[in-house]
Write a protein that binds this ligand. Structure first.
Ligand SMILES: Cc1cc2nc3c(=O)[nH]c(=O)nc-3n(C[C@H](O)[C@H](O)[C@H](O)COP(=O)(O)O)c2cc1C
Ligand code: SF4
Length: 656
């Protein structure tokens, strides 16, 4: 109910404009843009979020100069002739839903690699980022003047398009931010040294944008509330900078986040994955807010409107970003208004979306198959001839298939072998880093109950049992199970027991262990999930992998936190080694490059992770009996939750 969210649902005046509520979708690149233009898929993506009620949205980093994102093939490119036409159609689509929309001007300085197109990086000083390690060239005064003018030229195109304003991206070590920070600005001219000098470029850029768009459009800047980098700017420094930005008069708001891409940890943790705390950057914004007169926004793992309301009520910010929240569910505001906030599909912080963006691919969500596929799904309509649909297996693929088939009007029944729904996901959610993913299972459970879909638990179906099922279509979502442990030489008499990560997650192994060795040949997260559980329980853990690094396949936004968690609990990493056998109290290893033998002493548990295998024993029988059979998720091949839910949705849409 709106009454429960009085701050969040109240309008906010920003410059000359009024935003209908305090819900912000901060800049992000959905990866749908075409050669720098807003195409129909991109427009549909953002229109959908305005339709769902978001107050203010903006593009992700948009190029405005040939040394920044322009011509990179990523995001909107304001240097492209005619770019304002697509942006104009975007303006019409967003305004039709009473939304407000800005374009974010971004220049990534030395933090994005364009060497593939032979482009040198421009930066305030020749300082390479810890991540890229590519040395930029120091901008001359002429370069600076060229860039200041380019901000204005980009902004002029935004004005032409009919959109509502511009955000200058100065967080994450992007251009004005790189001038702010002593970690990236070592200049001795009047753009370096004192804080006033380091703010000079930002003020010139903001004035250039303001001159181009006039007084009616919104102009804001995104800044770090704290760079969280050794030698960088802290919250007090940023408050001082924010005060100078605010008092100069060109900016209508400041949008606070944290971190800089110059730093090898904050490159990943500025878009924190679960289990980072929710709303973690709000205290930084609160400090900035005491130093300025313009409205202050904040973002960072605010996934629940209740927390957004609290941040506003506490006076920590004037507007709250719920960006991934809106990737997971574009209808947050609509559901709040309808008194159905409890039905919001939660953003569980899995960061599939960010991983996709970092790899230059379209956004995908862990459990919202419609994200960045809005055009396709917009055509879905309730069916005219409902079918009886049996969904066999209640893991993520089956749950999404059942939910969507029911939403389309089919008559759905779910059959599940075990006593609970959720499949491998529920199991995995027993580990500290995946606990929040369990909210996905809870959400599906609630949604299936609301749709009155019967779920027959403890119902293992053998091929002949299919004769008893009255269905027009069957969706097989029987999933996958872990490979059993290997036969290792020397096991007998070693005193070392063996288990799979699933055994540890189900607590059927590991209790009482003193030193567990994880043989992580399967990669991804499962072997490490066992390491998390055991380390959390105080067991000594050693992770062995033939890969160059432990967690090589874990995406960067999760890996930094995961390393911290494991290393703080004394977990030992043994990369580039493979387990060859067991001896009394010892796990024997071999270096994969040199062949040298090694050993890990005092071990009493070996957790053997090699991957999952498909469970598909019903497919032939189903195909012999039913007119339509769809096989989805891990039943096809063991893959990710995101692929499973997407396949479940697509299968449901094919029924009929
Ligand atoms: C797919 C994706 C792409 C992003 N690209 C940008 C970007 O281009 N510019 C930017 O300022 N932030 C970008 N971000 C960061 C978001 O603006 C935001 O800071 C981040 O998602 C944390 O906020 P949240 O917890 O509300 O999602 C991106 C985020 C996502 C999920
Ligand atoms: S992929 Fe994960 S982090 Fe991204 S929106 Fe979906 S649930 Fe949230």
């Amino acid at each position: 109910m709106v009454a429960d969210f009085p701050h969040l649902m109240s309008p906010l005046k920003i410059g000359a404009r009024t935003i209908r509520n305090r819900v912000l979708v901060t800049g992000h690149i959905p990866g749908l843009e075409e050669a720098g233009h807003a195409n129909p898929a991109f427009i549909a993506y953002h229109a959908r979020r305005s339709q769902g009620g978001a107050g203010l949205q903006m593009t992700g980093t948009s190029g405005f100069h040939h040394t920044g994102h322009a011509n990179s093939g990523r995001g909107i490119d304001l240097t492209q002739p005619g770019v304002e036409d697509g942006l104009g159609r975007l303006a019409d689509a967003v305004h039709a839903h009473d939304g407000t929309f800005l374009v974010q001007l971004g220049h990534s300085v030395a933090t994005v690699d364009y060497s593939d197109i032979g482009r040198p990086l421009w930066a305030p000083s020749p300082v390479a980022s810890q991540v890229l390690k590519i040395m930029p060239r120091q901008m001359t005064r002429a370069d600076i003047a060229e860039l200041v003018a380019a901000y204005g030229a980009g902004a002029a195109k935004v004005r032409l398009s009919g959109l509502d304003g511009v955000e200058i991206l100065g967080a994450f070590g992007y251009l004005p931010g790189a001038f702010f920070s002593p970690a990236s600005n070592q200049r001795r001219d009047d753009y370096g040294g004192s804080i006033r000098n380091r703010v000079r470029f930002a003020l010139e850029a903001a004035a250039s944008v303001r001159a181009a768009v006039g007084p009616d459009l919104i102009v804001g800047m995104r800044i770090a509330g704290d760079e969280k980098m050794a030698g960088g700017l802290d919250n007090d420094d940023m408050a001082e900078i924010a005060a100078l930005l605010s008092e100069a008069g060109s900016l209508d708001y400041l949008n606070v986040v944290a971190g800089t891409n110059y730093d090898r940890i904050m490159r990943w943790e500025h878009w924190p994955a679960s289990p980072a705390p929710h709303g973690l950057f709000a205290p930084l914004a609160a400090r900035i807010r005491t130093a300025v007169t313009v409205p202050v926004f904040v973002t960072g793992r605010v996934t629940d409107p209740g927390l957004a309301e609290q941040i506003l009520a506490r006076g920590e910010a004037d507007m709250v970003g719920m960006t991934r929240g809106h990737i997971a569910d574009p209808d947050i505001v609509a559901k709040v208004k309808a008194g159905e906030a409890n039905t919001i599909r939660p953003c569980v912080g899995a960061n599939v979306c960010i991983n996709q963006a970092v790899s230059g691919k379209p956004v995908r969500c862990f459990h919202n198959p419609e994200a960045a596929r809005e055009l396709e799904f917009a055509a879905d309509k309730p069916v005219t001839r409902p079918q009886r649909v049996a969904v066999i297996g209640a893991g993520p693929a089956g749950l999404e298939a059942a939910r969507r088939a029911a939403a389309l009007g089919h008559q759905v029944t779910v059959y599940e072998t075990s006593a609970q729904i959720g499949g491998q996901l529920r199991l995995w959610a027993n580990s500290p880093f995946a606990r929040e993913y369990g909210l996905s299972v809870d959400w599906y459970e609630q949604e299936l109950a609301r749709a009155q879909v019967p779920i027959k638990l403890n119902t293992r179906l053998e091929p002949d049992d299919l004769d008893q099922i009255r269905a027009d279509a069957v969706i097989l979502a029987t999933g996958s199970v872990p490979l059993t442990v290997r036969e290792l030489p020397g096991k007998s008499g070693s005193g070392i027991s063996m288990a799979t990560p699933a055994d540890v997650l189900m607590q059927t192994a590991g209790s009482g262990a003193r030193h567990a060795v994880i043989a992580d040949e399967g990669g991804r997260r499962n072997g490490l999930a066992a390491a998390e559980v055991l380390a959390e329980a105080g067991v000594q853990v050693t992770v062995v992998t033939g890969d160059p690094a432990v967690g090589e396949h874990v995406d960067g936004t999760v890996r930094t936190q995961l390393y911290r968690f494991l290393l703080q609990r004394g977990v030992a990493f043994r990369p580039m080694e493979t387990v060859t056998g067991l001896a009394k109290g010892k796990v024997l290893t071999r270096n994969i490059y040199t062949g040298d033998a090694g050993e890990i002493a005092n071990a009493d548990l070996l957790v053997d992770w090699r991957g999952n295998r498909v469970v598909s024993d019903l497919e032939a029988a189903a195909r012999a009996r039913f007119a339509q059979v769809e096989v989805v998720g891990d039943s096809v091949a063991p893959r990710t939750v995101q692929i499973a839910t997407a396949e479940g949705a697509d299968a449901a849409r094919r029924i009929g």
